[in-house]
Design a protein around this ligand. Structure first.
Ligand code: 5GP
Ligand code: MG
Ligand code: MG
Length: 183
């Protein structure tokens, strides 16, 4: 669905589908060149990163492998609990692998900092992060994110994989959810 289809539930569109696709193409070109000659595994963080992964991976001009991890730190609310729980672990042994974590958004950074430590302890050769969105004002821990799509204000956003209570993931753009929907 498009933002216009549910405009009564949104405050504003922050990033359009076209802007996302252009940015992912740009990031894919950088990743193609940075990982030349290296085996690369993309690890998507379910469920929010599904759309980013699908579009980003197909922009690459090289072969990769892909795995998924499901963690939760949010529940159905809009604030980070800081508690990370593994809901689905990787199927892949990371030992000696070049890992690129693919994320929808870095908010407090708590989930990623936990994941980075977790993956490092599994013996990965290198670990970098690609995040479509980042909220600089919300950072509670510093994350070294090599590939960032867009820095956005500290508002709760939905769309392009991002949910509120499992809804709005299939919105094509990234938009600010109207407060009346969750308050
Ligand atoms: P963290 O606060 O740990 O950086 O964010 C953890 C996860 O919370 C993100 O990967 C994302 O799935 C979810 N999250 C953070 N900010 C938002 C937001 O503005 N909207 C939505 N829908 N999810 C968010
Ligand atoms: Mg996420
Ligand atoms: Mg969520």
């Amino acid at each position: 669905m498009r933002a216009a289809d549910i405009s009564d539930q949104l405050t504003s569109v922050l990033v359009t589908e076209e802007q996302i696709h252009d940015k992912l193409a740009e990031l894919a070109a950088r990743v193609d060149s940075d990982y030349e000659g290296k085996e690369l595994i993309l690890i998507g963080v379910l469920k929010g990163a599904v759309m980013v992964m699908a579009d980003f991976a197909r922009q690459l001009q090289r072969d990769i492998t892909m795995d998924w991890m499901a963690v939760s730190s949010y529940g159905a609310g809009t604030k980070s609990s800081g508690v990370v729980q593994i809901r689905k672990d990787l199927d892949t042994d990371l030992h000696g692998k070049h890992v690129l974590i693919v994320e929808d958004i870095i908010d407090s950074g708590l989930t990623l900092s936990w994941l980075l430590e977790n993956f490092a302890s599994r013996g990965a050769e290198s670990i970098e992060v690609l995040a479509l969105l980042r909220k600089p004002e919300a950072a509670k821990v510093e994350i070294d994110c090599r590939y960032v799509g867009f820095d956005i204000p500290n508002d709760f956003v939905v769309g392009y994989g991002l949910d509120y209570a499992e809804r709005y993931r299939n919105l094509r753009d990234v938009a600010v959810l109207a407060p009346h929907v969750y308050s």
